[in-house]
Ligand binder design. Sequence first.
Ligand SMILES: Nc1ncnc2c1ncn2[C@@H]1O[C@H](COP(=O)(O)OP(=O)(O)OP(=O)(O)O)[C@@H](O)[C@H]1O
Ligand SMILES: [Mg+2]
Length: 237
Amino acid sequence: MTVIEVEDLRKNYGNTRAVDGVSFTVARGETFGVLGHNGAGKTTTVECLVGLRKPDSGTIRVLGENPARRRRALAQRTGVQLQQGELPDRLRVAEAMRLFAAFYDRPDDWRAVLERWGLGPIANKAFGDLSGGQQQRLKLAMALVGGPELVVLDELTTGLDPVARRETWTLIGDLKASGTTAVLVSHFMDEAEELCDRVAVFGNGRIIALGSPRELIGRTGTGSLEEAYFALSGEGR
Ligand SMILES: Nc1ncnc2c1ncn2[C@@H]1O[C@H](COP(=O)(O)OP(=O)(O)OP(=O)(O)O)[C@@H](O)[C@H]1O
Ligand SMILES: [Mg+2]
């Protein structure tokens, strides 16, 4: 079954063509990577997927719904970690998890999610007192507490230390094993190669390449997704 269908999506901000004719599909259970340079249109695209931005044109179906019209219904079935998005400084970790769980009709046990993400020892800390990586972990845990069918994670591991990054990979592996569909926006090619079934490489609001990491590596005659990325995007030269 197709979980996400995007057809000729376009979104401008004034004169900026942020998303300029993007089409792709994501199948149930798939982990789909969204790659590309700063300003390529990745965040704008995923914000349209979750109904936070209204496309100028094109069609989007997420879990069979139009996100621009059915954002609330979709929010029950989707976990979102946005690139931007702060929590109140004084909100404590456990409070944030409890509050988020309460938004869902059938949430997971928030205490268990908190433990699974290594947040137990800092459960009573205020958001404003957490390190950048701890804040990131909390946002990830909050994206998963609703037991979503689809998770959309924008810059999953940005700001995490190498150990936390690897731990996150393991947790995403668990998520995959549970059949959850995932969209991961990332600047880390090793991460995308390890975790993603397919990736879309964005450039200037368009998709310039789409395929499994293995296909893109094969197509470019390179040895890694990172090398394939440079070959396909023409960046770094
Ligand atoms: N709220 C906004 N108002 C005006 N322009 C915006 C806004 N958000 C994004 N843009 C512009 O739209 C383009 C795409 O931005 P977007 O945030 O989608 O890129 P991105 O691929 O997520 O980049 P990054 O890797 O830096 O997060 C950029 O040129 C950006 O400057
Ligand atoms: Mg972004």
